[in-house]
Design a protein. Structure first.
Lengths: 332, 263
């Protein structure tokens, strides 16, 4: 049987147009709420158009009308069957003090794993430099870190004025954007079943270990602490959190012992990934400012005791924040 | 929630979604080439906007060159990262390039696009664009059955193509002009009974697209279609005498799609 197309068109068109107008309005003003009567009418139209779609597919096979009705059905379907939570009002303070630290704690095992990988890299970097001096060149990518540490300390400590005047802000913006890109890449590398994330964490740890041991062997431990710790106590945990996000993504991809589908696993972790990466970005903004305005100044411009004390306070506050903030609130 | 599966229909890849009511609808999945063209357009948009941004921010250089440079680095970073997120969220899955090439990002289950999905697929660009020119993303698109790049895969999204849909010129085709085949209502009824919707579609499409063929192909096409329909029901000589194959198909389509003759 083939349907009477002109009759079908003339009878159906007014309903199709009505549904199209309603969908356009809903898409234009998503916050608009329908009354019960309007909802009933919308549902009726959706069912009618769905039925028309089946009629055309079965009894007419007319592609243009078929595509038009498919497009209408698809648009109405996503309005009717959307059951996920609607995005609520943005609450940045709540997000920062509750959602972010809760998310970090909820995935504490992956954070620990991230830390273990970085520490392994740190140990590897340290051992490599102590056993083979050529390893420095291979592990440390920055040319300015490859010189003699004692010589560098002498040079830095001979500076008595603001040697970074006029380039501090540019430096801060570079640190912020570069480190954020590295953090996002560390998270996104989780898509390689975590291999990329593990490499990023291990390599960052190895670099840090190589530089640290180089300065410790040269007897410049105090300089090293004063130079790296003011921004490092925030930057390093930020990279660890990015690694945590990458490992969560890898975990969802692998799905050990989980009976839900890959798509559902991805959906479940997506909000946590975003929370972590935005938290990391904020931490890196702070670290970037401190790196440009504090870390690059040495004695006698800024006393080491002050820099190390400042770093200790930062680390204490960050630890308390990640461990305790939002603990009074129920889990989200 | 609806079920979905990808189906290859000829050269077009479609994403079929079956609703809980048992209705199936299909969306056309965008291929890597169209997506690359849309990305190229967006790339040009970001480039043009960064030039404008630089010129505007240059004014702050009067106060401090350091401040201007820092502001430019941060603004460019935010703009290039936020362009896709903002446009796809506010334009419901479209950027300038996607609008131009009639593409749209949608949820893989046919549901509304969530803000978290938009964010994730854009953040994952950092991997998709590696090592250069979206090589990883492009390869992923080619390998994946839904043409998803890695960002789409993590965010549970697909990029679909919305081709422009023209309403068929049915008024012209089924205008109720004199139809000699209608003089034989029993044979007309038998024709309606014996012809399948797929066969009817071929006849209708031949008429709708008749102007797209060159004259020789057009004659050949209608000759073949007409001979096929002659085998379905044989109308008397006087009903078909003097009419072309194309007119014969026009009359057949009129009978198939228009059950009652217009008065």
């Amino acid at each position: 049987m083939i349907i009477d197309l002109p009759k079908f068109l003339s009878e159906g068109k007014k309903y199709w147009s009505e549904l199209e107008a309603k969908i356009n309005a809903l898409e234009k003003y998503p916050e608009k709420k329908m009354t019960i009567e309007q909802t009933k009418q919308f549902h009726y139209l959706y069912q009618r158009i769905s039925s028309d779609l089946e009629k055309v597919r079965t009894f007419a096979s007319e592609p243009d009308i078929l595509h038009y009705l498919e497009s209408l059905t698809a648009r109405a379907y996503c309005e009717i069957h959307e059951t996920r939570k609607r995005p609520h009002r943005i609450a940045p303070v709540h997000w920062f003090f509750v959602t972010f630290p809760q998310t970090v704690r909820r995935h504490s095992r992956t954070f620990t794993l991230s830390m273990v990988i970085m520490l392994a890299g740190f140990a590897f970097g340290g051992f490599a430099v102590s056993f083979d001096s050529d390893a420095r060149d291979a592990i440390i990518p920055h040319a300015n870190l490859l010189g003699d540490p004692a010589e560098r300390v002498r040079e830095e400590e001979s500076v008595k004025d603001d040697h970074l005047k006029g380039i501090k802000m540019r430096g801060a913006s570079f640190y912020m954007t570069h480190n954020t890109k590295v953090a996002v890449a560390t998270m996104a590398m989780g898509i390689t079943w975590g291999v990329g994330t593990v490499i990023m964490l291990f390599y960052n740890g190895a670099m840090l270990g190589a530089v640290a041991l180089d300065y410790v062997i040269a007897g410049e431990s105090e300089f090293l602490m004063a130079w790296l710790s003011p921004h490092g106590v925030v930057e390093i945990p930020a990279i660890l959190l990015a690694g945590q996000a990458g490992l969560i993504l890898a975990g969802a991809l692998i799905g050990w012992g989980k009976r839900i589908s890959l798509r559902q696993r991805m959906k479940r972790v997506s909000n946590d990934l975003l929370t972590l990466i935005f938290g990391v970005a904020l931490m890196l903004v702070w670290a970037g400012i401190i790196e440009a305005f504090v870390s690059q100044y040495h004695e006698p411009v800024i006393p080491y005791a002050f820099k190390i004390s400042f770093a200790a306070i930062e680390l204490l506050l960050l630890t308390l924040f990640l461990l305790k903030s939002g603990a009074d609130h129920g889990p989200e | 929630m609806g079920r979905n599966n990808a189906a290859a229909t000829g050269r077009e890849n479609t994403l079929a979604i079956t609703t809980p009511e048992g209705i199936e609808f299909r969306m056309l999945i965008a291929g890597p080439v169209t997506r690359a063209l849309a990305w190229g357009t967006d790339f040009l948009c970001i480039g043009a906007a960064s030039i404008v941004l630089n010129n505007v921010l240059m004014l702050t250089g009067i106060v401090s060159r350091d401040f201007y440079q820092a502001l430019y680095v941060i603004s460019f970073f935010l703009f290039s990262a936020g362009y896709g997120i903002t446009t796809e969220w506010f334009w419901r899955g479209q950027t300038v390039g996607k609008k131009l090439f009639r593409l749209r990002v949608v949820d893989i289950h046919g549901l509304k696009l969530q803000f978290s999905q938009v964010l994730i697929r854009n953040l994952m660009r950092i991997i998709d664009s590696m090592p250069a020119l979206y090589l990883v993303g492009g390869l992923s698109c080619i390998i994946n059955r839904h043409s998803q790049r890695l960002g789409d895969f993590v965010a549970n999204t697909v990029v679909i193509r919305n081709p422009k849909i023209n309403e068929p010129d049915l008024d012209q085709l089924l205008s109720g002009k004199y139809n000699s085949l209608r003089e034989y209502p029993l044979l007309a009824a038998r024709l309606r009974q014996h012809v399948s919707p797929a066969e009817a579609k071929i006849a209708l499409q031949a008429l709708v697209r008749r102007n797209e063929f060159d004259p020789e192909s057009r004659v050949e096409l209608f000759r073949e279609v007409s001979s096929h329909f002659h085998t379905k029901v044989s109308f008397p000589e006087e009903a078909t005498h003097g009419i072309t194959d194309e007119q014969y198909i026009r009359n057949v389509v009129d009978i198939l799609y228009h059950s009652k003759p217009q008065i």
